[in-house]
Structure formats: structure tokens, C-alpha cells
Design a protein around this ligand. Structure first.
Ligand SMILES: [Zn+2]
Length: 231
């Protein structure tokens, strides 16, 4: 199952006597053929015990069937045209991409370029996606470089970052803080009181380290392999 954005419902209908708000047309990327299409759904079933509406649509491009479930649907008798909480789709497919909510403040131009890339992909405009991704990559690297380097190419910019930007600084800071008497060391040695906030922060630190040292290098390699295969 995959959750899809309720905003992707293009048309609603009222189901049975209670006039339950049910999705009728849903725009999404087909998990079978990868095209962005509008599924016109039928065979709606209101499962009152599970508070959900199930329906099915055939892809107008490849004719394969996709099933949808709208959770917690609203009756128009009880509420004002309120949408269901969530909609799930099966099979899941893995082509759709929702924008990530980054937990940090990003340069505005980078955020815009990233969102444009996600949007271009979402509309199955793949050559535009490539263009937006290149622009976003330039924003990622050039933002960290001094302005007099703005005329070099992307590949050179990455080398510049690699040579001049202290990518290992987070690790140096961490090394200092886990050393004897460091901030983290005092937590490890139980000299500082632990509370919900510091405990959560500690687990998050683990997650960031796993992402930084294991996930990111491996994922970039996997993606490089994917481009190699497609070349
Ligand atoms: Zn299809």
C-alpha cells in the first residue's frame, strides 16, 4: 500500500443514501506503466466497520487495475464537504515522489529548485526533471562556494567543495564531545540528567550518523549504478 496525496483527487462523488464523499477521479503515477494518468474509479464499497471506501480504476494508458482506499470518509449530512483523512493505493509502485520535509533552513533558491524537480517528476515531465535536478545540484554546491567561483562548471565546483569545504567537521566536533569530559561524554557517564528531550536528541544523533556514514555513500553508489545501467 502507498499513501497518496488527497489533493490528487480530481473529482468527488456522493456514495449511497448517506452521500458519503468518495473519490471518483484520482490523478497519480500508474504503478504499472509509470505514466501520470487519471484513474476513473468504480465498484465503490463503503466498509463501515473499517470506516473506509474501497474502489478500483483501470489505467487509461496500460489498462492495468489499481485499487484505492479512502480512510475515514465523511458524510455530507454530518459535515461540510470534508475530504477523507488519507487515501491509499495498491499496488504501491515506487515512481511517485512527495517532496521531503527537510528539518533545516535551506537557501531559498535551492528549495525552489528542489521543489521544481519534484514537481516536474510528478507531472511525468522527465526531461524537465533532469534540467531542474541539474539546476538544484548547482545550487547545492555553488551556495557553499565563494562568489568568484560562480563561473566554473558543476564537476569543478564539486571538486572545490571536496578540497576546501570541511566536510569532516561534524565528525571532529563529535570526537571532541565524546572525549573525556566532553558534552556527550558527560551524558554517557550519567553525570548529566537525561530527560525526554535529550534522550530523543541522542537517538536522532544515531539516525543522523547512520545516514551520514552508511546510508548516503551507499545510496549515491546505488543511484550511480542505476544511471550506468540506463546509459
Ligand atoms: Zn498504467
Amino acid at each position: 500500500l502507498k499513501q497518496i496525496n488527497v489533493a490528487h483527487v480530481r473529482k468527488w462523488m456522493g456514495l449511497n443514501r448517506k452521500n458519503i464523499r468518495a473519490p471518483q477521479a484520482i490523478s497519480t503515477i500508474c504503478p504499472h506503466c509509470g505514466e501520470r494518468v487519471v484513474f476513473t474509479t468504480r465498484a465503490h464499497f463503503h466498509d463501515e466497520k473499517r470506516e473506509s471506501i474501497a474502489c478500483t480504476g483501470a489505467c487509461p494508458s496500460c489498462s492495468e487495475y489499481v485499487h484505492f482506499w479512502a480512510m475515514d470518509p465523511k458524510s455530507s449530512e454530518s459535515t461540510q464537504e470534508e475530504d477523507p483523512e488519507t487515501i491509499y493505493m495498491s499496488p504501491a509502485g515506487d515512481m511517485e515522489k512527495e517532496p521531503l520535509n527537510f528539518s533545516i533552513e535551506m537557501p531559498e533558491a535551492l528549495e525552489r529548485a528542489y521543489l521544481s524537480a519534484v514537481e516536474a517528476h510528478g507531472t511525468a515531465n522527465y526531461s524537465a526533471t533532469a534540467l531542474c535536478c541539474k539546476q538544484a545540484m548547482e545550487k547545492i554546491f555553488f551556495h557553499l562556494l565563494p562568489e568568484d567561483k560562480s563561473s566554473i562548471g558543476l564537476s569543478e565546483a564539486i571538486v572545490e567543495i571536496h578540497n576546501n569545504y570541511d566536510l569532516a567537521r561534524p565528525l571532529e566536533n563529535l570526537s571532541a564531545s565524546t572525549g573525556s569530559g566532553g558534552k556527550l561524554d558527560r551524558h554517557f557517564e550519567m553525570e548529566t540528567e537525561f530527560n525526554a528531550e535529550t534522550s530523543k536528541a541522542m537517538v536522532e544523533l544515531l539516525e543522523h550518523l547512520i545516514t551520514y556514514l552508511y546510508v548516503i555513500p551507499q545510496e549515491i553508489e546505488n543511484i550511480e549504478d542505476k544511471f550506468e545501467e540506463a546509459a
